[in-house]
Design a protein around this ligand. Structure first.
Ligand code: 0O2
Length: 207
C-alpha cells in the first residue's frame, strides 16, 4: 500500500492523516465531556471505555482497490468515511443511545450517516450503532470538515464482535467447523441481547 503514493501525494497524505487525527481528538473530547456530565448528574458513567484508531494506509488502499476507486489522496478524502474511527463501549443499550443522541445534537457537528445494527442486527448477529459524524478541524487556513466513524456498542456486543472478528480471519480451521462456530455465534448474539435486556431492567429499577 505505502508505495502507491509518490512525491506530492506523500505530503498530501500526511496532511490528511493529521487532519483525521485532529477530528478524532475533537470527537473524543466531546465524548469525554458528555461522560463527565452524565456522571455528575446521574452518578453513572455511560461510557465504559473508548478506543481510537486511524485506518492504516495498507487497509485504506485495500478498501479503495476493493471498490475500484481511484488510488489517490483526493479519492480517500471523497470516498472513505472511516479513516478516523472511535469505538465507544457502554454498559447498557440505553447509554449507547443517550450518548449517541446527545452528541448528534451538538451544533458544530453534522451527522452524515447512521447504521443501526442494534435495532436491525446483521444476519450473522452483529450488533452496534454506527454513526458517521463530520466535525470541523481548524487549521491556519480555516476549517476542514472531517468525517469520523463512531461505533457505539455495549460490552456484550464488543465481546461478541471481537470473537466473531477473530473467527472470520482464522484460516487454520476447516470450513465445516468454522460454519458451526458462526452458527453458534448467531445464537449467542440472540442470547446476549436477551440477557442485556433483563439486566437493563434491573439497572433501571434500582436507579
Ligand atoms: P476494521 O478493521 O474494523 O476497520 P463502510 O466501508 O464502513 O463505508 P460498511 O462496510 O457497510 O461501509 O460499514 P459498516 O457496515 O458500517 O461496518 C464497518 C465496520 O463495522 C467494520 O470495519 C467493522 O469494524 C465493523 N463491523 C461491521 N460488520 C461486522 C461484523 O459482522 N462483525 C464484526 N466483528 N465487525 C463488523 P471494517 O472496515 O470491516 O474493518
Amino acid at each position: 500500500g505505502v508505495d502507491v503514493f509518490q512525491g506530492s501525494q506523500i505530503l498530501a497524505y500526511a496532511e490528511l492523516e493529521q487532519i483525521y487525527s485532529g477530528a478524532m481528538r475533537e470527537i473524543g473530547t466531546k465524548l469525554e465531556n458528555l461522560d463527565d456530565e452524565f456522571q455528575l448528574r446521574n452518578k453513572h458513567n455511560p461510557i465504559h471505555h473508548m478506543e481510537c484508531r486511524l485506518k492504516s494506509i495498507d487497509s485504506t488502499i485495500g478498501k479503495l482497490r476493493k471498490r475500484n476507486l481511484p488510488l489517490s489522496v483526493e479519492s480517500i478524502r471523497q470516498n472513505l468515511y472511516d479513516i478516523a474511527g472511535i469505538r465507544v463501549i457502554c454498559n447498557y443499550v440505553t447509554d449507547v443511545y443517550a450518548v449517541a443522541n446527545t452528541l448528534s445534537e451538538q451544533s458544530d457537528i453534522e451527522v452524515i450517516r447512521i447504521k443501526d445494527y442494534i435495532r436491525n442486527p446483521k444476519p450473522n448477529g452483529y450488533r452496534s450503532l454506527h454513526v458517521i459524524y463530520q466535525v470541523p478541524v481548524f487549521l491556519s487556513d480555516g476549517p476542514h470538515p472531517t468525517p469520523v466513524e463512531v461505533q457505539f456498542r455495549t460490552s456484550a456486543m464488543d465481546y461478541w464482535a471481537s470473537l466473531e472478528h477473530r473467527l472470520r480471519y482464522k484460516n487454520s480451521i476447516e470450513d465445516a467447523a468454522k460454519e458451526r462456530h458462526f452458527e453458534t455465534l448467531r445464537e449467542c448474539a440472540r442470547q446476549l441481547a436477551d440477557i442485556e435486556d433483563r439486566m437493563q431492567q434491573i439497572h433501571q429499577e434500582i436507579g
